[in-house]
Design a protein around this ligand. Structure first.
Ligand code: NAD
Length: 386
């Protein structure tokens, strides 16, 4: 089978799905790799590096015509979708739960869609394929750097002849992969870190990184399936926001990372909490989205300042802003998943396999992924999958 790596066209997307280092591994499994010219430029991987590793460099039209499987970082653009004819496949982070219509369209074209974000996260043998983890790790790191850059004071305790600077008080809300990396990064910069998550089992992880875990009395544990959090009820949400307000007001920099799969991100920092913060405080909302984020009124992709002088950064796709590290990790995940699914140089789709059951979204002209099919049904009956 020929596998193609396309140049990403989404705004701000500098990552690439495969790096030169991985090409030899795919070739050893009987796969030929074609790379669209310039695909790695944004992450500093030149065409020549891919060619040297054994890939064929070509234009987009040739790549789409020749390959049976296209590797992407995010959702394929219209041109790529148009080039995916019956029997071909696409593998990337397709976000089928928030965009089930894309899956339906690919199914209608007879395309096999494989989405890295459906991977069972808690399965040890799937760890090397876990792109959500690798990219959240990069994003959590970068969130702290942009928070620190926007903050008007130091992170560490500094004692100098010109006076003593107290360390920044950093609060991390949501302590999954991104949150834990944010805690580690903020601690390395010298901040004093507290953290909260609705899954109390993260307490020991927070403490092992040197953070203080905040426990709320008004909201009980809310662990859901597969290691994720469940959506809170309206009452729980209000209680959570109210109790968090006092904690938020005591911190200088707040990084929010809370997500619930397939739902809009939960609002954790209310308008009241923003008003209670001191001028000069900074929030980095990693949940910022068109549907709303973890912070009231955060604008995705923009930095706003409230009337009381609080900077709110609507951080989106932070992993793409550390493109070399993010692509290196993503390419390992993509290669591991692909090698798991390839037999004798071709894709061997088998949804009885636990890993494939999570990642194969469409096959043989239908949406085979139950959660995506349910999201589509909810959309069609006027329900919401967001
Ligand atoms: P995520 O991005 O879905 O969410 C980030 C965090 O937000 C989670 O910790 C979640 O509990 C929290 N959250 C959601 N709603 C919240 C609310 N209302 N208030 C406060 N916090 C809220 O999570 P993730 O980082 O993708 O991690 C998901 C799970 O996968 C975790 O259990 C993680 O440990 C697990 N995981 C396991 C492995 C492994 O076993 N190898 C690898 C990676 C991740």
């Amino acid at each position: 089978m020929k596998v193609g790596v396309v140049k990403e066209t989404a705004p701000g997307e500098h990552r690439v799905a495969l790096v030169p280092e991985m090409i030899g591994r795919l070739q050893a499994a009987g796969l030929d790799v074609l790379v669209e010219s310039g695909a790695g430029n944004g992450a500093w991987f030149a065409d020549s590096a891919y060619a040297q590793a054994g890939a064929t460099i070509c234009g987009r039209a040739e790549l789409l015509a020749e390959t049976g499987l296209v590797l992407t970082v995010g959702k394929p653009d219209e041109q790529v979708v148009a080039g995916l004819t019956e029997g071909k496949a696409v593998l990337g982070m397709l976000n089928p739960l928030t965009d089930p219509a894309l899956a339906a369209g690919l199914a209608a074209r007879g395309v096999t869609a494989i989405s890295l974000d459906g991977l069972p996260r808690t399965l040890p043998r799937a760890q090397a394929m876990d792109a959500l983890t690798s990219q959240a790790n990069v994003a959590g790191y970068k969130a702290v750097l942009i928070g620190a850059a926007a903050f008007g004071r130091f992170f560490p305790l500094l004692i100098t002849a010109a006076g003593t600077a107290r360390p920044a008080k950093v609060l991390v809300l949501g302590t999954g992969v991104a949150g834990l990396q944010a805690i580690g990064t903020a601690r390395r910069l010298g901040g004093v870190v507290s953290a909260y998550d609705v899954r109390p089992q993260t307490k020991t992880e927070v403490e092992s990184l040197g953070g203080t875990f905040i426990e709320l009395t008004s909201v009980g544990p809310a662990a859901g399936e597969g290691g994720y959090a469940r959506e809170l009820t309206g009452e729980e949400r209000q209680a959570q926001q109210a109790e968090l307000t006092g904690h938020i007001a005591r911190h200088d920099v707040v990084i929010t990372t809370a997500q619930v799969p397939g739902r809009r991100p939960p609002l954790l920092v209310s308008e009241d909490a923003l008003k209670a913060m001191t001028a000069g405080s900074v929030l980095v909302d990693m949940g910022a989205s068109a549907l709303g984020g973890n912070v009231a009124n955060s604008v995705p992709g923009e930095t706003t300042v409230t009337e009381n002088g609080v900077t709110v950064i609507g951080a989106t796709n932070l992993a793409a802003t550390v493109p070399t590290a993010a692509s290196n990790a993503l390419a390992r995940n993509v290669s591991a998943l692909l090698l798991h699914m390839v037999t004798d140089g071709a894709l061997a789709i088998d949804t009885a396999d636990e890993i494939q059951a999570g990642v194969v979204i469409t096959h043989g002209g239908t949406v085979v992924h139950p959660a995506t099919a349910a999201a589509l049904a909810a959309d069609n009956t006027g329900g919401t999958s967001q």
